[in-house]
Design a protein around this ligand. Structure first.
Ligand code: AGP
Length: 606
C-alpha cells in the first residue's frame, strides 16, 4: 500500500529517487518523502500529498548525497500529513516502511522508557528508535537480526545509517521488496516497476530475509543471519506498456486495449491449429481434484464469483468462493483433494497472500491467476496461470478483470474436457466462440456515446443500484464497485431476485438503476425484476445483447445493446459499458481517475 525506494551510487541520488517515487505513486499517494546521507548527516525532506509537492519543497531545500531512501505513503497509522510521512529519522538512522507493525504500541512504551522521543503518530517510527537502541550494544548485522525478531506484523523496510555511509539495509516480511542492480549503483524498491527506468536486473527477497545493499555489492541473509544467494532475473520491459500514449488516463488506455490483451492471452493458451487449450505442466491428475476453492479480493473476487457459475455449468467439480480477508481467519476445513485458486492482478495483495500462505502451511494444492508473474503470490503458489495483460496502472482494475475471467474460463473448459464433464463438440464450439471474443469486445467498446450521455444522471443521483441474475450478478457487483471507486458515490450491486426482500425500499423517483439482462436463461425473470423497480420510479439503464425480438417492457430510460455471442461470454461484454460509465462519470467530475482518493493499486497491508 506504500512504495519504497533506496539508491546507493557513486553519483547524487535525489532526482533518481524522485523519479522512482513518481512510478511508485500508484501504491499510495497521500504523502511522500526522501532522506539522504551527506557530509555525515541525515537530510530529510517530506511533504503532504503528491510527489510534485515534495519536488517543490526540494527546490527550496536541495539535499545532496550519493545514498538515500524515498517513500510514497498510503496512511495506515496516523493521518496523512508531513509529520507522519516517511522517511522517519533520528540523528543516526532513517527508515522507510511498507506494512503494519502490530506491536508498535508495546515497543513505543519500552523505547520511551529508554529515553527515546517520538515525533509522529506512526507505527513505523518505532523501527527508527528500536534499531538505534540495538546499535548501542550490537554490530549492524546482529542489530538487524534482533530488530526483525522484535517486530511483529508485516514490513518491507529500507534503512540508512549515519555511521554506515555506504550501505542501505532492506528487510521483508509480508510486503514485497526487490533489489535492482545498476552500473556502480544498486537499488532497493517495492517492485520492479519502481526500478525499471534504472535496471531490469532484479532479485526478490522472500519473507524473513534481509539484505545489505552497497553500490558495488549486495549481500542477502536469511532470518538466522546466514548468507544466501539470490537469482538475478532479467525482466523484459516494454516501455509503451508503462506510458499513457495518446490517452488522457491509464484507465482509458487499459479499457481500450482489452481486445488486444484478450487476444494476447488467447494466443498464450489456445493452440489455434488444433483448437485446443494448452495449460502446460498442470501438476495434478483428475482424480487428485474433486473440488475447487476460489479466493480473491475486490474485482479479483468478482472474477471468482463468475468462475463459480462456469464451474457449475461446465464441470462436475464442487466449487466454493471466498473473500481472502474472510478466508484467512475462517475455521476452514482443508481438504487434500481441493485445489485452492488465488486470483490477484498484482500478486501482492496482503489478504490474498495470507490466504495462500495458510493453504501452503496446510500442504494444500495451490494455483494462482496473476498479472505480475514475478509477484509473491505467483512465487509461492504450486502452479501459476498468468493473464498476460501487461502492466495495469490505473487503480481501478479493468483489463485485468477481463483477463482473470478469461484465464478462469480457459481453465474450466480444460478441466471440463479432461475430466469428461464437457463433450468434445461443445468444447470445440466454445473455443471457436472464445477466439471471436476480442472482436466482440472491440465492437462493444463502440457503445461509447450513449454511456457518456447517461453518466450525468449517475453524477447527480445520491446513489444507484446495479442488478443482475446468474452470470450477470458478479458483473453487477463489479459495475457498482467501479462507480464507487471512481465517482465516490453509493452504488450497490445486488442480485435482481433479491430486491423484493428489502432493498426495493431504496428505490425512489428518478433513481438510476442499471439492469443487466442479456437474453440468457435468467432473462425473463430479470425483466420482471426490472419492472418492479420501474414501477417505483427508477430510471433504468438496461444493458442487454442484440436480438431481433424487442425487450418486453416499456418505460425503460435507456438501453445499451452489446454484441450477441455464446452465453458464457456475455459477462465479458456486459462489463465494458460499466467500466466506461464509471470512467466518464469521474471524468465529468474532474476526479483523479488513475489514482482515486483513499485507494492504492496494490493493497499490501491488512
Ligand atoms: C479493483 O478496481 C480495485 N482496485 C480492487 O478491488 C482490487 O481488485 C483488489 O484490491 C484486488 O487487487 P489484486 O487483484 O491486485 O489482488
Amino acid at each position: 500500500m506504500c512504495g519504497i525506494i533506496g539508491i546507493t551510487s557513486n553519483k547524487p541520488v535525489t532526482s533518481a529517487i524522485i523519479n522512482s517515487l513518481r512510478k511508485l505513486e500508484y501504491r499510495g499517494y497521500d504523502s511522500a518523502g526522501v532522506a539522504t546521507l551527506s557530509n555525515g548527516f541525515i537530510n530529510e525532506i517530506k511533504s503532504e500529498g503528491r510527489v510534485d509537492n515534495l519536488e517543490k519543497n526540494l527546490l527550496n531545500k536541495k539535499i545532496e548525497g550519493t545514498i538515500g531512501i524515498g517513500h510514497v505513503r498510503w496512511a495506515t497509522h496516523g493521518i496523512p500529513n508531513t509529520v507522519n510521512a516517511h522517511p522517519h529519522s533520528s540523528e543516526t538512522v532513517s527508515v522507510v516502511h511498507n506494512g503494519i507493525i502490530e506491536n508498535s504500541t508495546t515497543l513505543k512504551k519500552y523505547l520511551i522508557k529508554k529515553g527515546h522521543k517520538f515525533k509522529s503518530q506512526t507505527d513505523t517510527e518505532v523501527i527508527v528508535h528500536l534499531i538505534t537502541e540495538l546499535l548501542k550494544e550490537n554490530d549492524l548485522k546482529n542489530s538487524i537480526l534482533k530488530m526483525l525478531k522484535q517486530l511483529h506484523g508485516s514490513f518491507a523496510l529500507g534503512i540508512i545509517f549515519k555511521d554506515q555511509p555506504d550501505l542501505i539495509v532492506g528487510a521483508r516480511r509480508g510486503s514485497p521488496l526487490a533489489v535492482g542492480y545498476g552500473p556502480n549503483e544498486n537499488y532497493l524498491g517495492s517492485d520492479s516497476y519502481a526500478l525499471k527506468s534504472m535496471t531490469n536486473k532484479i532479485s526478490y527477497l522472500n519473507d524473513g530475509e534481509f539484505c545489505i545493499v552497497k553500490k558495488n555489492e549486495v549481500n542477502f541473509f536469511d532470518e538466522t543471519g546466514n548468507k544466501i544467494n539470490k537469482k538475478v532475473l532479467e525482466l523484459s520491459s516494454n516501455e509503451q506498456d508503462y506510458e499513457k500514449g495518446d490517452f488522457k488516463h491509464f484507465m482509458a488506455k487499459e479499457i481500450e486495449e482489452q481486445p488486444i490483451t484478450l487476444k494476447n492471452c488467447i494466443k498464450e493458451y489456445i493452440d489455434s491449429i488444433n483448437n485446443e487449450i494448452s495449460i502446460h505442466n498442470f501438476p495434478w491428475k483428475n482424480k487428485e481434484i474433486s473440488s475447487v476453492v476460489l479466493i480473491g479480493c475486490g474485482t479479483a473476487y468478482h472474477s471468482c464469483m463468475m468462475a463459480k457459475y462456469w464451474f457449475e455449468e461446465l464441470t462436475t467439480l464442487d466449487v466454493s468462493i471466498d473473500i481472502a480477508s474472510e478466508f484467512r481467519y475462517r475455521n476452514n476445513r482443508f481438504k487434500k483433494d481441493s485445489l485452492y485458486i488465488f486470483v490477484s492482478q498484482s500478486g501482492e495483495t496482503a489478504d490474498t497472500y495470507a490466504a495462500l500462505d495458510l493453504c501452503n502451511k496446510n500442504n494444500m494444492k495451490t494455483a494462482s491467476i496473476v498479472n505480475v508473474i514475478e509477484s509473491s503470490i505467483a512465487r509461492d503458489s504450486n502452479f501459476v496461470l498468468p493473464i498476460h495483460c501487461g502492466p495495469e496502472i490505473g487503480v481501478a482494475s479493468t483489463k485485468a478483470f477481463l483477463g482473470q475471467m478469461l484465464v478462469l474460463y480457459l481453465l474450466i473448459l480444460k478441466l471440463g474436457i479432461i475430466r469428461g464433464d464437457l463433450k468434445k463438440v461443445n468444447y470445440v464450439e466454445k473455443i471457436k466462440d472464445l477466439k471471436k471474443l476480442p472482436k466482440f469486445v472491440e465492437d462493444t467498446l463502440l457503445t461509447e456515446n450513449k454511456i457518456q450521455s447517461v453518466s450525468s444522471t449517475f453524477i447527480k443521483a445520491k446513489g444507484s443500484m446495479f442488478l443482475g441474475r446468474g452470470f450477470s450478478y458478479p458483473i453487477a457487483l463489479e459495475g457498482a464497485l467501479k462507480l464507487k471507486e471512481l465517482l465516490y458515490v453509493h452504488a450497490e450491486g445486488y442480485p435482481a431476485g433479491e430486491m423484493k426482500h428489502g432493498p426495493l425500499a431504496l428505490i425512489e423517483d428518478g433513481m438510476p438503476v442499471v439492469v443487466l439482462a442479456p437474453r440468457d436463461n435468467y432473462y425473463k425473470k430479470t425483466i420482471s425484476n426490472m419492472q418492479e423497480v420501474i414501477a417505483r420510479g427508477a430510471k433504468v439503464l438496461l444493458i442487454t445483447n442484440k436480438s431481433n425480438d424487442d425487450v418486453v417492457s416499456e418505460n425503460i430510460w435507456q438501453k445499451i445493446e452489446v454484441e450477441n455471442t455464446n452465453e458464457d461470454l456475455l459477462p465479458f461484454l456486459l462489463t465494458v459499458p460499466l467500466q466506461k460509465l464509471a470512467y466518464y462519470s469521474a471524468l465529468k467530475k474532474g476526479y483523479d481517475i488513475d489514482k482515486p482518493r483513499n485507494l492504492a493499486k496494490s493493497v499490501t497491508v491488512e
